[in-house]
Design a protein around this ligand. Structure first.
Ligand code: COA
Length: 201
């Protein structure tokens, strides 16, 4: 997978030139509020994180990578607007989960729903990953709308502080996912039952 294109965006492997954009992304107050302790927080941590991401070989179609990271770039100006990462889930809800954030000045344009929808489709076709899930704070309206815009379905989460979204409301139990993991041994194994049964919200 080299790049993923949408009508307004190009998703590509991050590069060192993205540092200013990534510092904007990760040092923002909304990231601190909604992404808990996930990801780098200070400019120095962002620079270290970005170097590590850039050093990681870019996965290609036919690989079975553990994760893929994208800089979300606007086609009109070739400027990085944000970050989107997808990778193996440690919880038995779906094969992969994801995280994302945009620079404060690039929000409110519906970019991330467009990016997530295309990234999921590309991970399916390039890597054979079928199921994805994501979770956000109950008060994170923009993130919930992003996942709905990308075609995910909200399901019960069991935590009033969070909202959960899946691509596969038909895959309803941890047991089914575990059977799928056996058919695809490269999928990370996790204990069945931590997610519990899912149902439509
Ligand atoms: C989550 C995030 C990436 C979404 O960015 P975005 O693509 O610009 O999303 P938008 O602002 O366009 O909002 C998406 C949708 O939510 C709606 N929305 C956003 N804020 C809203 C609010 N307060 N009330 C109601 N609807 C709202 C928008 O109208 C839009 O709806 P539409 O697609 O029907 O037009 C961005 O807000 C962000 O970077 N947040 C900080 C990091 C973060 O929270 N990451 C996710 C952690 S789970």
């Amino acid at each position: 997978m080299t790049t993923v294109e949408t009508p307004r965006l190009v998703l590509r492997h991050p590069c060192l030139n993205d540092e200013e954009a990534m510092v904007d992304v990760w040092t923002d107050a909304a990231v601190a509020r909604f992404m808990d302790d996930f990801g780098p927080r200070t400019p120095t941590q962002v620079a270290t994180w970005l170097r590590e991401v850039c050093r990681t070989p870019e996965p290609h179609a036919g690989d079975r990578p553990g994760a893929v990271q994208f800089s979300v770039v606007e086609r009109t100006n070739d400027v990085c607007a944000g970050w989107l990462g997808l990778g193996e889930s440690t919880r038995c809800v779906a094969e992969w989960d994801f995280g994302y954030a945009l620079r404060p000045g690039r929000r409110g344009l519906g970019f991330m729903g467009e990016a997530l929808d295309a990234a999921i489709a590309a991970c399916r076709s390039s890597f054979g990953i079928e199921t994805f899930w994501g979770e956000c704070h109950a008060s994170n309206v923009a993130s919930a709308a992003t996942m709905l815009a990308a075609g995910l379905t909200e399901v019960e989460c069991g935590d009033v502080g969070s909202r959960r979204f899946v691509t596969h409301p038909d895959l309803t139990t941890g047991q089914e996912l575990q059977e799928k993991r056996h058919r695809h041994p490269a999928i990370l194994k996790t204990s069945v039952g931590d997610a519990g049964p899912l149902s439509h919200a």
